[in-house]
Design a protein around this ligand. Structure first.
Ligand SMILES: [Zn+2]
Length: 177
């Protein structure tokens, strides 16, 4: 029998099954890994060098420049899987790296940047619908990672936030409502 909350396979005689809802449905069984009100969160950090130019900025950021961006990804679940994990860190790494590998050493540009055509000639470029600020990158990576997590991990595991550091003391974070 499968725990309906955490997908942990248990037999009906398992002593750690603590809740059998016999009134509404005798088939609904929750194992010890699920308790209302609890949330497990894991976080993994990625580092990736990228260049960008903020075409609307009136200061130094309108110049082409780069950062060793640090990206933090938070994933949560009310339950743990068969390995007593939210998700294996290596699995999360694989999901995120598959997206990030297309951004390694890329120049990030606004679709409306008048310099775009110069950079699109044979260089690694990623185009955004606005200036590629840390805020825009957070939202973009959140949407990409979140949809991958949904496809691969179902409804229990959710992406909580994506944070991006341009340097040690400047960070943007995207947390959807
Ligand atoms: Zn910058």
């Amino acid at each position: 029998m499968d725990c309906r909350k955490c997908r942990w396979l248990k037999t009906a005689s398992c002593p750690i099954i603590y809740n059998v809802d016999e009134q509404s449905s005798p088939d609904v069984v929750y194992c010890h890994r699920f308790e209302e009100g609890k949330m497990f969160i894991i976080e993994k950090t990625f580092k990736i060098p990228m260049g960008h130019r903020l075409s609307k900025h009136k200061g130094l950021c309108q110049n082409f420049h780069g950062h060793n961006f640090v990206i933090k990804v938070e994933v949560c679940s009310k339950t743990l899987d068969g390995n007593d994990m939210v998700i294996d860190f290596s699995e999360l790494k694989r999901i995120v790296n598959r997206i990030l590998e297309n951004f390694d050493h890329c120049m990030l540009l606004n679709d409306k940047d008048p310099m775009k055509s110069e950079f699109c000639k044979g260089y690694r470029v990623q185009i955004f619908p606005g200036d590629p600020t840390a805020e825009m990158l957070c939202q973009y990576f959140f949407d990409r990672i979140s949809s991958e997590v949904k496809v691969l991990l179902g409804t229990e595991v959710k992406l909580v936030s994506v944070s991006i550091w341009e340097n040690d003391d400047s960070m943007a974070k995207y947390v959807p409502d």
